[in-house]
Design a protein. Structure first.
Length: 460
């Protein structure tokens, strides 16, 4: 939004090299808004704008930029400024940047860090990709259970500025093992002579550093938390993960699911950054699979070539039958895949899903089948002779075929994701195009079966 509002003004100031006015304009905006503005500018202009930012705001702005924009800005800086930014960045944001870079560039970046920050960066990068260890930050406040509130507040004043968040304070023992987490409001509302041991109840939720990010996401949702601690196998407190990191995980997860549902392999980079050959490779596999599937549709039609030759009018309704089944199957698969993703369904619910989808298929198929029947009958009366003397039987065949293929489409579209989950595959792989292709052949078989039944001895 900010890019649309002040973008032209900023560009005019850049082109006029009116840096003093540009600096005054930038001061009035938050780091998130400035990051959005920088992203909309050309690479060379991004560096110009960034150099004009107040020193105390520059690191915050970098943290709001995408990894690609961060690389552009850091490359445009001098070594000293780049080192300052990297050292001041929060550990989780810095890890997200480093894991996007080639190994040689990461090595160069690490040399810019102080020994302490380099050790932190290397320890986080040592965790498996996609694990909680890559997302956590070691910037938190911990206290001892035998401290009183006065000591806790003094400790927060002294060390709190380096913490990622102060919403939750962590209680640890002498070995650094996590005992509990205490909300800051509980501390603030207690008398200053109250002991921490009197506040905490030793009941907490924690993540393991080796947990997958998806596990962390489920815990954040289940327990409705903004922050969760991360511990190792000995229960030592290593760091914390905040909800902003989970939003990024959720966005990435949703993007992958949508791409798979569209019969595309997951892209490793943003759409505009992906080279054409990579796009072709990611999309060709599924297109070939779907193309081969559609060959069976052609084979099925070939098997009924004699019937089509006798009554060419039958071919007019093939697209209608195929689209009805494919659309109903796509709807069902989309609903089930999403319900599985958000935890609304479990595998044990398969029977309930089947009953619901059969009932839905009957109703939906009945509606569409009736429309198909009426379409033929009404048109036959408006334009006599359009579908021959046996238009009623043709209408019945089309109506029942639509009803049958819609029932089959909803059933197969709902059961396939559950089957894939059962055998350990990603339900999102049962994409809408895949279900539609699978239902096409069945729809044709049903259609010509009903046509043979109703029209045998007349047209056929």
């Amino acid at each position: 939004m900010i890019g649309n509002i002040i973008g032209p003004e900023i560009r005019e100031l850049i082109e006029a090299r009116n840096f003093s006015a540009l600096k005054e304009v930038l001061v009035d905006f938050s780091p998130a808004d400035v990051a959005e503005l920088i992203t909309d500018l050309a690479d060379e202009d991004q560096a110009v704008v960034f150099r004009l930012l107040p020193r105390e705001h520059s690191t915050e702005v970098v943290e709001y930029l995408s990894p690609d924009a961060q690389q552009v800005v850091l490359r445009a800086m001098g070594r000293e400024d780049a080192a300052r930014i990297l050292n001041e960045m929060s550990a989780d944001d810095r890890t997200a940047l480093l894991e996007e870079l080639p190994g040689t560039v990461v090595a160069q970046m690490l040399t810019l860090l102080s020994p302490e920050e380099r050790a932190v960066a290397q320890s986080l990068l040592n965790y498996p990709e996609g694990s909680v260890g890559r997302l956590m930050t070691p910037e938190f406040v911990s206290v001892r259970s035998d401290w009183d509130v006065r000591q806790v507040l003094d400790h927060i004043r002294q060390h709190g500025q380096d913490s990622e968040t102060l919403n939750v304070i962590y209680v640890t023992d002498e070995q650094g093992r996590l005992i509990d987490d205490v909300r800051i409001r509980e501390i603030l509302l207690c008398p200053v002579d109250t002991r921490v041991s009197e506040i905490h109840d030793s009941s907490f939720i924690a993540l393991r550093a080796t947990d997958e990010a998806a596990v962390a996401l489920e815990k954040f949702k289940k327990y409705d938390r903004n922050t969760l601690p991360v511990i190792d196998s000995q229960d030592k407190l290593l760091g914390i993960v905040t909800v902003d990191d989970m939003l990024d995980v959720q966005e990435e997860k949703t993007t992958e699911e949508i791409q798979k549902m569209g019969a595309v392999e997951v892209l490793d980079e943003p759409y505009l950054d992906a080279p054409v050959h990579e796009m072709v490779r990611k999309r060709a596999t599924w297109l070939v699979v779907l193309f081969i599937g559609e060959m069976f549709t052609a084979s099925a039609m070939g098997g009924f070539q004699k019937q089509i030759e006798k009554a060419s009018v039958l071919a007019l309704f093939v697209p209608l039958i195929m689209s009805s089944g494919g659309n109903s199957g796509s709807q069902a698969s989309t609903l089930i895949i999403r319900a599985l993703a958000v935890g609304e369904l479990r595998l044990r619910d398969w029977w309930r899903v089947m009953r619901k989808e059969v009932a839905s298929g009957l109703c939906l198929g009945g509606i569409l089948g009736l429309l198909g029947f009426l379409r033929i009958e009404v048109w036959s009366h408006l334009s006599p002779g359009s579908y021959g003397d046996f238009h009623f039987f043709l209408a019945a065949a089309v109506g029942l075929s639509i009803m049958g293929v819609v029932i089959w489409g909803t059933l197969s579209g709902s059961m396939l994701p559950l089957l894939l989950r059962r055998i350990g595959l990603d339900p999102a792989s049962s994409s809408a195009p895949f279900v539609a292709t699978m239902v096409d052949v069945t729809g044709l078989l049903l259609y010509f079966f009903f046509c043979s039944w109703f029209l045998k001895g007349s047209v056929l």
